[in-house]
Design a protein around this ligand. Structure first.
Ligand code: FES
Length: 95
């Protein structure tokens, strides 16, 4: 085992889970949200301090919008739609 001590200023985990015939974030634009945030971070020079990670199910499946959690706050956001993306970006403004 190796322990690596790295602590980004923000870490957003976005569900991109996919299921057949059940609610899942892949069906409500989870991947689009992940790519939007990833590109924002990359294009604004934040890659070293803001991490965007995709994940399997985060446990808040619905048929309305994607699910993400922001650390270190532990702020869970559910039912995220495209109109909400800029509000999530505001959470990344640290400096
Ligand atoms: S599939 Fe995304 S929270 Fe369950």
């Amino acid at each position: 085992m190796e322990i690596v001590n790295l602590k980004p200023k923000k870490h957003i985990i976005v569900c991109v889970n996919e299921r057949e015939n059940e609610d899942c974030c892949m069906n409500v634009c989870g991947m689009e949200l992940f790519l939007y945030l990833k590109n924002y971070v990359r294009n604004n020079g934040l890659s070293g301090s803001v991490w965007i990670t995709r994940s399997k199910c985060l446990g808040f499946c619905n048929n309305t919008g994607a699910v993400a959690v922001i650390y270190p706050e532990g702020k869970w956001i559910t039912e995220i739609k495209e109109d909400d993306y800029d509000n999530i970006i505001k959470e990344l403004r640290l400096f």
